[in-house]
Design a binder for this molecule. Structure first.
Ligand code: NAP
Length: 301
């Protein structure tokens, strides 16, 4: 088993990364770096540079929010370590391109993960649509920011992406399963009067594909995508974990999302390869570029 270091012990590290690493046959959690978070029984550093100097752990998984992530990734690559990035892979497209160049020059693996692409129904949807033309689609991604990001002010600060933090998960699935790429035609974004990032977004893509993202959803949470290809209908539900094609449930993949990401990282490191696809983030950048903006009521956690 290969030692791995987890950086940024917050919500997603505790909820998903630690259990996935503990259940993995490829990885052993050898250290953490966090200013306040720790994992029971695991050597804990508060200083990233010290961890890089004092250990020879060759693989670093960064679970920080997107804005601070670049500086950590750049240091890790410069120190010859393989790097796994939580989604979205950075705060800007250019900084992720820079990381790609650095990783290629250093001969290390860079994996920009998209956990929703590993949802159990996504591969089946992709395989079904591979030889078809998608004629229209509707994405509905509505969740409660207070439930999934309790008290996390960074999601409403510049670079936090607001409702695109979950919405980019839908876009990561869309860009994975579509047989032909689409581009954004228009967008409408609503910004709480006291915040820097949007809390809702409605997007229209070429190919008659629409997306409705809302971070104010209380009660049942909705993460679904309906894609029409002529008379065929692909319905991804539960964030892509359930795939229904023409009203028939289709068997999904075995592993949960985060175990599948860690399995893929092991494969990439083994092959000396990288995997960085920025297409979901391009759509977000485009929405923030051409979106019409309205101001809505203040938001407080
Ligand atoms: P979080 O709990 O707010 O942050 C993770 C950790 O990052 C924090 O505990 C903090 O650890 C460290 N951190 C925060 N700001 C930092 C800064 N400026 N400099 C250095 N370290 C900093 O966030 P999260 O929910 O885990 O999300 C982290 C990433 O995972 C995001 O990109 C998010 O999109 C993704 N993600 C989140 C979820 C979810 O449901 N929350 C689901 C899937 C993916 P210390 O203060 O201890 O250093």
């Amino acid at each position: 088993m290969t030692p791995i270091c987890l950086v940024g012990i917050g919500k997603i590290a505790v909820d998903q990364h630690v259990p996935a690493i503990n259940a993995s046959n490829d990885w052993t959690l050898a250290a953490t770096v966090s200013r306040s978070g720790t994992v029971d029984g695991i050597p804990a550093y508060t200083d990233f540079d010290r961890m890089l100097t004092e250990t020879d752990i060759s693989v670093i998984s960064l679970c920080l929010p997107p804005v601070p992530r670049y500086a950590y990734a750049a240091k890790a690559i410069a120190a010859g370590r393989h790097v796994m990035l939580e989604k979205p892979p950075g705060a800007t497209l250019a900084e992720v391109h820079a990381l790609q160049d650095m990783a290629a020059k250093a001969g290390v693996t860079l994996f920009a993960t998209w956990h929703s692409r590993m949802a159990k129904g996504v591969a089946a949807a992709k395989a079904f649509l591979a030889d078809k033309t998608v004629t229209s689609g509707q994405i509905t991604w509505k969740e409660d920011v207070r439930r999934w990001h309790p008290g996390q002010e960074w999601v409403f600060e510049p670079g936090g992406m607001g409702v695109f933090d979950p919405g980019i998960n839908a876009l990561s699935i869309l860009t994975e399963v579509l047989p032909q790429p689409v581009h954004l035609k228009n967008a409408a974004l609503s910004f709480p009067e006291n915040r820097q990032t949007p809390i809702t977004a409605q997007l229209t893509f070429s190919g008659d594909i629409k997306a409705d993202f809302d971070w104010r959803q209380e009660g049942s949470q909705i993460w679904e995508m309906i894609l029409h290809a002529g008379d065929d209908v692909v319905h991804l539900q539960d964030g892509g974990n359930r795939c229904v094609i023409n009203n028939q449930d289709v068997a999904g993949t075995q592993l949960d999302e985060y175990p599948a990401l860690y399995e893929r990282m092991a494969q990439l490191v083994g092959k000396g390869a990288s995997d960085v696809d920025l297409s979901p983030m391009i759509h977000v950048a485009d929405a923030l570029t051409i979106g019409k903006r309205v101001t809505v009521d203040a938001f407080h956690f």
